[in-house]
Design a protein around this ligand. Structure first.
Ligand code: FAD
Length: 454
């Protein structure tokens, strides 16, 4: 075990940078990622055989994407990279990894968990109709396959990704029907001082908005979703309340919805890391220090999987976590580099606070979800059914509500509905969101086939 290689889960910016730091110190880490190619979400690579320029796929981030891809490719001999491999369970120094239908156990002495994030969704009536996608899913279709989700797409939700993805669709020639933001314009104006700390990131955001405007794409702030309507089994219109409270209907053939991101925390949960409620991001996150050390010896977290902070912070956090791991293995620490990384992470955290103020997660919209809305699509549980089960939930624990209602018990293990279910439950019981807790991580963390070989 003493000489066992460190393991990095995730080959996004955090995991790639962690791997490079460990390799530079002479260790040969194992890097495990369920994706076919390294890059993670933001720097997702096209499948082999696709020939598109970096500029067309990554826009302003083309230079960063190329540098990171080249850096990781150059590590080929120093890193044991295992793509197409899902870590579906992990506990007590053993992780279960599924690749090509075969599940193998990999023992670990120390591991850096960098599994990134996923879209944060609030279900609304009609969201299960074909043609309704998550915002990230809409982007993946474009980035990975060069496909648009529709010819007339409504982008709805809130957060910087809303404007970025709408812009990417418009630039690629996809038809955008409208960009509908649940955050009121006044909230964004109030958040301006915090946003200005973001420097070029903020400027890029303004640029996307300006480009959408010049292309004549309708943009509204302060809206509330009402429903997706369907015809012939597919989405045909989106109905919403505008900032004045008037109901409007917009014809479309696809809807991309997202309210920012949620950290992928199931592996951290299975590893036994305690969680705490983060009032800024309104979600439970694994406890860690700025170096990514957790209360569980040998388990480190980095990147969006430990709290949403974006790709630049993910790279810094990956390096910082690797330096912590090295130090804990007895390697000398470069204290100047450690300080520089921590200062940069703190700077980004201040900007993050500005972003959260400019695009707050709309708790009120989730809490007011109509009773008939399918909340858990895996199990077909409505918001009303969860509310009714709240009568039996002693103390307001979401895990008890899951047992009574089956909400979150399906194949996605509550990764999609869990955060909204906790809000609906908290509102029904009139308790603070922290009180309902979070759905406990369960293996398998993502769906796996019944017929796996071990
Ligand atoms: C869908 C989506 C699209 C985004 N698009 C943008 C964008 O265009 N611009 C932008 O600035 N930010 C974007 N973001 C945010 C940005 O991607 C992140 O801030 C950044 O990538 C975080 O880096 P990371 O290394 O922490 O995680 P990621 O880049 O998400 O990488 C995590 C990696 O872990 C792997 N993984 C996860 N779970 C497991 C597991 N159980 N077993 C094995 N491997 C696993 C994944 O396959 C992935 O490669 C997006 C986020 C999402 C979810």
């Amino acid at each position: 075990m003493t000489d066992s290689p460190p393991i990095v889960v995730g080959a996004g910016p955090a995991g790639m940078r962690a791997a490079a730091t460990l390799a530079a110190a002479g260790l040969a880490p194992i890097v495990i990622d369920e994706a076919a190619r390294s890059g993670g979400q933001i720097y997702r690579r096209s499948p082999t055989g696709f020939a598109r320029s970096y500029r067309s796929v990554y826009g302003f981030d083309a230079g960063k994407a190329r540098r990171l891809h080249d850096m990781f490719d150059a590590l080929a001999r120093k890193v044991d990279y295992r793509p197409d491999t899902l870590v579906w369970d992990l506990r007590d120094g053993v992780m279960h990894c599924l690749s090509a239908g075969v599940s193998r156990e990999v023992t670990y002495r120390d591991v850096i968990l960098a599994p990134g994030a996923r879209d944060r969704i609030i279900p609304f009536p009609g969201w299960t109709l074909p043609g309704v996608y998550s915002l990230g899913g809409a982007q993946i279709a474009l980035k990975s396959q060069g496909c648009a989700i529709g010819r007339r797409v409504v982008f709805m939700g809130t957060g910087p990704l809303l404007y970025l993805v709408a812009y990417q669709y418009a630039k690629a020639g996809g038809g955008s029907a409208a960009v509908l933001d649940t955050t009121a314009f006044a909230a964004k104006r109030r958040a301006l001082p915090g946003l200005l700390r973001g420097g070029t990131t903020f400027t890029k955001g303004l640029w996307y908005v300006a480009r959408l405007r010049t292309r004549g794409i309708a943009m509204e702030s302060g809206i509330k979703p009402v429903a997706a309507n369907g015809e012939d089994g597919a989405v045909s219109a989106f109905v919403y309340q505008d900032a004045t409270g008037a109901q409007k209907r917009i014809a479309c053939d696809a809807i991309a919805v997202g309210y920012g991101l949620s950290s992928e925390t199931q592996l951290a949960d299975l590893a036994g890391i305690p969680f705490a409620f983060d009032s800024l991001q309104q979600q439970f996150l694994p406890q860690r220090d700025i170096a990514g050390r957790t209360p569980v010896r040998g388990v480190y977290v980095a990147g969006d999987g430990s709290g949403i902070a974006g790709a630049d912070a993910a790279e810094l956090a990956g390096e910082r976590a690797a330096l912590a791991l090295l130090e804990d293995r007895g390697h000398a620490a470069d204290s100047a580099r450690v300080k520089a990384l921590e200062r940069a992470l703190q700077r980004i955290a201040r900007f993050r606070a500005g972003l959260e103020a400019a695009f707050p997660f709309p708790l009120d919209i989730a809490a007011a979800m109509p009773d008939e809305t399918i909340l858990c699509r895996c199990e077909g549980v409505t918001a009303g059914e969860l509310r009714r089960s709240a009568r039996d939930v002693d103390g307001g624990d979401i895990n008890r509500a899951k047992a009574f209602s089956r909400c979150g018990m399906g194949r996605c293990q509550g990764r999609t509905c869990g955060p909204s279910a906790a809000i609906v439950l908290a509102a029904a019981l009139n308790v603070p969101l922290e009180r309902t807790g979070r759905l406990r991580g369960q293996a398998p963390v993502k769906p796996i086939p019944m017929a796996i070989t071990t």
